[in-house]
Write a protein that binds this ligand. Sequence first.
Ligand code: PLP
Length: 416
Amino acid sequence: MNELDPSLRSSAALDASTPFPSPASGAPRARDAVRDLRPSQIREVANAGFGLDDVLPFWFGESDRVTPAFIRDAASASLAAGGTFYTHNLGIAPLRASIARYVSGLHGETSSDHVAVTSAGVNALMLAAQLVAGAGDRVVTVTPLWPNIVEIPKILGARVETVALNYGAAGWTLDLDRLLAALTPDTKLLMINSPNNPTGWVMSREDQQAVLDHCRRYGIWIVADEVYERLYYGEPGALTAPSFLDLAGREERVICVNSFSKAWLMTGWRLGWIVAPRALMDDLGKLVEYNTSCAPEFVQRAGIAAIEQGADFTLELVASLRASRDHLARLLREHAGIDVKVPAGAMYLFFPVPGGQNSLELCKALVREAHLGLAPGSAFGPEGEGFVRWCYACDLARLDVGVERLARFLAQHGLR
Ligand SMILES: Cc1ncc(COP(=O)(O)O)c(C=O)c1O
């Protein structure tokens, strides 16, 4: 508009003459809700070890084993056959059918039209939150907790209230009355993760029933993050931890989130699923369209192989994780003098460590000085301060070396 007026060509002149505030003034920045998200403290610790090549990385939630060959082969076969196109938003029909049969076997009759394929668990959590929570809504979570679940609703402008688990002689436990009291009639959504990352806490069936009854009364949605359901050591012979799907009808306000990452060691594939009321599925399809459009076909074909041929693999994995858990707990007691409680689920020990009052600083020092990579408890909420999380999904020899390093560090710092 100022093309003809040379006096207005300089930016100073433009600014002075602009009759409204220029949106271009100031540094470009994201909106406040995004800027207020907490950065990952685990990443901060990992950065402290940047350049060190022999750090033992127990900080992330994944196994050191590669995805089983039969699953990788299924993806290769699909790629060779040209499985490179967009698919249906809710996933290819044979995968939805496989998931429906799998869920039915574990938790009771579930049809394909209650199942949506997602780009792993974290995307499933985002989609579930987008489906039911919006700006200003009250969302309740139980902490300590994997930070993503606390931060996701905030991206949508929701308010997140947390209810802390208690730590005592029995390990981490839930005060059910406190949780029910927090689930006020104006609460929109409870996002709850069991088996829990980082504590390994497993919600009992009785507590699930009480929470479900309460949420039914007030119309509160439940998003149940059950990605660790198969990593359960609670009852001998049980194939899965207690699930909200065992108790709730499929048309109720319950959205269950799951993943291929943990039970079939497929973290890098980004494949998961949602079980939700049929009435949500069209809207869920729209959200998938606008987020990712679909999971890649060859990844979905790998998911079919995981479910159809992976039952024995998962049983063997769970047995080896149980052995690793018990091994690590024994080593920590015997060699580092740390009394760890052994939880019934997931793949972590989450324990108070001497000198860990500032767990972030302690974990940075552990990386720098002992080349030991642990996740600071404060990454999982204020009630995690003083604790560290150790992922034990690795071979026993690595755990041996890790505990040796921890014990040496504690001795050098006069902490034991
Ligand atoms: C509690 C919990 N939920 C969901 C996820 C998501 O996993 P993914 O996105 O790999 O399926 C994780 C990953 O560590 C987790 O710990």
